[in-house]
Design a binder for this molecule. Sequence first.
Ligand SMILES: C[S@@+](CC[C@H](N)C(=O)[O-])C[C@H]1O[C@@H](n2cnc3c(N)ncnc32)[C@H](O)[C@@H]1O
Length: 359
Amino acid sequence: MWMRWSAAMSRALYGPHGFFVSGAGPAGHFRTSATASPVLARAVARLLARVDEALGRPDRLDLVDVGAGRGELITGVLAAAPPALRTRVRAVAVELAPRPAFLPSEIDWRHSPPHRITGLLIATEWLDNVPLDVVVGDRYVEVEPPTGEEHLGGPTEPADAAWLDRWWPPLLCSHGRITGSDPTGDAPMAAEQDGPVAAEARREVGRSRDEAWAGAVGAVERGLAVAVDYGHLRDDRPFDGTLTGYVQGRQVTPVPDGTRDVTAHVAMDSVAVAGSAVAGRPYQLMSQRQALRALGADGGRPPIRLASTDPAGYVRALAAASAAAELTARGGLGDHWWLVQPVGIDGWAWDDGGYVGSP
Ligand SMILES: C[S@@+](CC[C@H](N)C(=O)[O-])C[C@H]1O[C@@H](n2cnc3c(N)ncnc32)[C@H](O)[C@@H]1O
């Protein structure tokens, strides 16, 4: 049976016996920032403390992890949070997979986010697994799930065509060199073409991710919503898209048969604008490298004199630095994007730069 990629991804990842809702969970198949080491959890615990300050230390501080895997990150954040703060935290893991048996009872487990969140909502490597459609020219690509074979299906629906016009016009798939750097998509793009326009290149329709993120931001009443993922911006969309598969640590063909992860990079700028429209406030977009440095995990080596004064402390600091270095590495996890979206709080200061954009 042929179907569009969004339907095929939904079935393969989240249907009965779907890849993410049965079996070992994501950590059994690939390494994410959340599962690689405790570095991300500690940094998020520090971020949670900053959000707590900005909110004036509410009686109940929400910590909501969307796309929580098997609860690795949220468990680590709670473990790293100072006791005085932890007693006020209401921790909620939002996941389509069933609750893991070993999860601490203090963590609530739900299939959708709670409403009226006051605190921090974080989603690491969630949006890249939100199902999406693939288009060639102005027609959807259809796939046969058991084989992964593809053919062209029906014409692109108006809402998807409008999204593509704004966020991934076919021009950006040309061999031409594109100039301009307005991640909001509002400014006209300048293009210098030095090759033929490949109008038939594959493009991935990020509208479903925009809607998913807008829904998550809409659940926050006051606080911060943060999406961390691999992605791209409008003036740097990858030629022919990014749809791919992963299984047991290997990158494989994206056959949507339930045996593997099927993922595509996130159009971070369009997601940002969608979230910002809901929040009514500017967003901030930065690399994981910038974000983790701002949160005190910079991957720098400890001073060598520590080796003689406190050898055990030096070894611990060295191990922590090398774990942080993995998460901040150029060409690796450090290139992931952090989309930081304040909701209902003014004067949120993230002092380490990044691009600031408006709704
Ligand atoms: C790549 S894994 C990331 C897991 C974890 N956040 C990490 O970084 O290691 C994506 C997870 O998002 C979950 N997910 C996808 N769509 C979801 C939705 N609409 N609601 C809740 N969880 C979802 C999947 O089941 C999967 O466990």
